[in-house]
Design a protein around this ligand. Structure first.
Ligand code: ATP
Ligand code: MG
Ligand code: MG
Length: 291
């Protein structure tokens, strides 16, 4: 097992260390104002934040405070730092949805029918039985085949979400969830994440339900496909809350298509499985509270 540490940054302007569980380290910086962070600008994501600030979902996303140009000339989004009100927070990033690539990315991958040896190697490293006889013979898999397979090694394809990273109060952290797949494994990870914090799970459950209720009313949710977006769980001794983050791959649903976020995804139907993931999270937190 490769030891992994999240990026801990102590920014001069902030009195607390900041924790980043996913993405490239270079994508984030301390914000110019206390309690804010900067994320490298992606126009698609900025557009989402602009819409979200006027949507009923606003209380469930970090506040968007506009663009900032840094000394390096790069543009950033200034966002509320969701960790700033916590003392030594425990943090977990769960990526929601039954797939983490756009329809467009899959279509592009399908244009290239070249067999990929590197993807075959990655595949057999995780599961030597995954390739077909034909794939074993040619020692290669196509990219779309690999993309679809990769979502089945974690809980993404089956439960509609996966754990992307965790940092606990004792300082230990892990990103080693690539093959955390079954409901039982997830339950164990959530128990571990909330152990010694008896207030956390009930608060998370309540917040998950508020998000579900609000999504039903949200024009933004109705009209967008949310791919690779996460729920960020944060708790300390006193508080627990969670927010919707990462809209870099959230795109408008095409005009002639409508999605319910709860139906099975078939290539081309644009379903993201967001509610499949959310409902499974709710059901898992309900069962955690019962024992
Ligand atoms: P990827 O696409 O690989 O998931 P990304 O570059 O799009 O990464 P995000 O997913 O938005 O970046 O964020 C990466 C991590 O940074 C999150 O897992 C979380 O730990 C932290 N983070 C992001 N936004 C905030 C925020 N507003 N407040 C506090 N922490 C945040
Ligand atoms: Mg992310
Ligand atoms: Mg992202």
């Amino acid at each position: 097992i490769v030891q992994w540490t999240p990026f801990f940054q102590t920014y001069k302007k902030q009195r607390y260390p900041w924790i980043q569980l996913a993405g490239h380290q270079g994508n984030f910086k301390a914000g110019p104002d206390q309690g804010t962070i900067l994320k490298k600008l992606c126009p698609q994501e900025e557009r989402c934040f602009q819409l979200l600030m006027k949507d009923v979902l606003r209380p469930f996303v970090p506040e968007y405070k506009g663009q900032v140009t840094c000394e390096d000339g790069e543009l950033y989004l200034q966002l509320q730092d969701l960790l700033s009100d916590f003392d030594s927070p425990c943090v977990m990033d769960c990526k929601i949805g039954v797939r983490t690539y756009l329809e467009e990315e899959l279509a592009k991958a399908k244009e290239k029918t070249k067999l990929r040896k590197d993807m075959y190697e990655k595949m057999i490293q995780i599961d030597p039985k995954a390739p077909t006889e034909e794939e074993h013979r040619s020692k290669g898999v196509t990219k779309p085949r690999y993309m679809i397979w990769r979502e089945t090694i974690s809980s993404t394809a089956t439960l509609g979400f996966r754990i992307d990273g965790v940092k606990k109060a004792d300082g230990t952290s892990s990103k080693d969830f690539k093959t955390t797949k079954t409901r039982e494994q997830i339950v164990e990870s959530f128990k571990d994440f909330t152990s010694n914090f008896p207030n956390a799970a009930p608060k998370y459950l309540e917040r998950l339900k508020s998000i579900r209720d609000t999504l039903k009313e949200s024009p933004f949710f109705r009209s967008h496909e949310l791919i690779g977006s996460s729920l960020l769980f944060v708790h300390d001794k006193r508080r627990a809350s969670l927010w919707m983050i990462d809209f870099a791959k959230t795109v408008p649903v095409p005009d002639n298509v409508s999605i319910d976020h709860n139906s099975v995804w078939e290539v081309g139907n644009h379903e993201d499985g967001y509610l499949i993931g959310l409902n499974n999270l709710i059901s898992i937190f309900e069962s955690l509270i019962k024992d």
